[in-house]
Design a protein around this ligand. Structure first.
Ligand SMILES: C=C1C[C@]23C[C@@]1(O)CC[C@H]2[C@@]12CC[C@H](O)[C@@](C)(C(=O)O1)[C@H]2[C@@H]3C(=O)O
Ligand SMILES: O=C(O)CCC(=O)C(=O)O
Ligand SMILES: [Fe+2]
Length: 335
């Protein structure tokens, strides 16, 4: 039986639950990266959902499974071992607290900078047992996930008819790109906690991702939900072999609102633990973010004013998870 310490129990009481959704949603667009129509289908999916499933992506399955299994080994360690990898500064190991402003969830995670060598990061101490294996698993995985993200962003640009085709991908390719990598673990919620209101417990509260693009893969456990245009929450069917691509706030701005930064959340499963791995591709801190001129209708003003990523990031870290962080950058309501 899982026994929570007093402080973990107090945090548990703060974690919210949500209404159940009805079954798995079969309407998520599935895009084959090798399909000659991929660019058109990607644009359509980003406009309608801000989200799609990517198959035939070229990332070797063994890289995905290897890292997933190393991460699962870590999260199964005794709490005292995992605590050695904390606290977050801002990278490292986190447990239940998400961000600096009081958000909590039924989650444990490792947050890494995706643009510096894994060896130079403090959180590597958690893999003291076998750091070389972890380092190479993260690096192999990230190299492939990034390569695939660049390809997706180039198809997006092509599909949108914007030039040059690397206008989006070059922001992630920049050596100063502020990208991060996250391994999330959502333990199944034990029976005695479910009895205390733990059914449909929130693992990661609703939010949009601030960056350009988020590239997610998970084990075969449900939990991820996205919010459709009409406000309905739907459950994403898991697929361990695929990637799920999210449009982030920055891409919504750069496309002048044509692409939708998708609201999403994670709900805990009663029986199975969920493990997800997400690469968040972001611009460099000094990058100027503004709608791409050819995507602003002639004679109209863009929906958002220009700002730098560091400006946006500062406002992100002052906000709560569920806040709409783009409002203050909109021309109509911004200041
Ligand atoms: C509550 C927060 C956690 C977060 C920073 C924030 O203040 C608001 C956005 C959150 C988010 C969501 C997507 C990613 O998981 C993340 C790393 C990011 O860039 O923005 C997290 C932040 C975090 O966990 O630090
Ligand atoms: O863990 C997941 O499946 C999604 C988590 C998420 O949305 C995030 O880390 O930003
Ligand atoms: Fe997210």
């Amino acid at each position: 039986m899982v026994v929570l310490s007093q402080s973990a129990f107090e945090q548990f009481c703060l974690i919210k639950s949500c209404k159940p959704t009805s079954g798995l949603f079969s309407g998520i667009p599935v895009i084959d990266l090798r399909d000659p129509e991929a660019k058109t289908l990607i644009v359509k999916a980003c406009e309608e959902f801000g989200f799609f499933k990517l198959v035939n992506h070229g990332v070797p399955l063994e890289f995905m499974l290897e890292l997933e299994s190393l991460a699962a080994n870590f999260f199964e360690l005794p709490q005292s071992e995992k605590d050695k990898a904390g606290p977050l500064d801002p990278y490292g190991y986190g447990n239940k607290r998400i961000g600096p402003n009081g958000d909590v969830g039924w989650i444990e995670y490792i947050l890494l900078n995706a643009n510096t060598k894994v060896t130079s990061q403090k959180s590597l101490s958690i893999f003291r047992e076998n750091p070389e294996i972890f380092r190479s698993a993260v690096e192999n995985y990230l190299l492939e996930a990034k390569r695939m993200s660049f390809e997706v962003l180039e198809l997006m640009a092509d599909g949108l008819g914007i030039a040059p085709m690397n206008v989006l991908s070059r922001m992630l390719k920049d050596e100063k790109s502020d990208s991060c990598f996250r391994l999330n673990y959502y333990p199944s919620c034990p029976d005695h906690l479910q009895a205390l209101g733990g059914r449909n417990l929130i693992g990661f509260g609703e939010h949009t991702d601030p960056q350009i693009i988020s590239v997610l893969t998970s084990n075969n456990t449900t939990g991820l939900q996205i919010c459709l245009r009409d406000g309905t929450w739907v459950a994403v069917p898991p697929d361990q072999t695929a990637f799920y691509i999210n449009v982030g706030d920055t891409l919504q701005v750069m496309t002048n609102g044509r692409f939708r930064s998708v609201k999403h959340r994670v709900v805990t499963d009663e029986k199975e633990s969920r493990l997800s791995m997400i690469y968040f591709g972001g611009p460099s801190l000094d990058a100027k973010i503004a709608p791409i001129p050819s995507l602003v209708p002639e004679g109209e003003e863009s929906l958002y004013r220009e700002y730098t990523w560091v400006e946006y990031k500062q406002s992100v870290y002052k906000s709560r998870l569920g806040d709409n962080r783009l409002t203050q950058f909109e021309r109509t309501t911004g200041h």
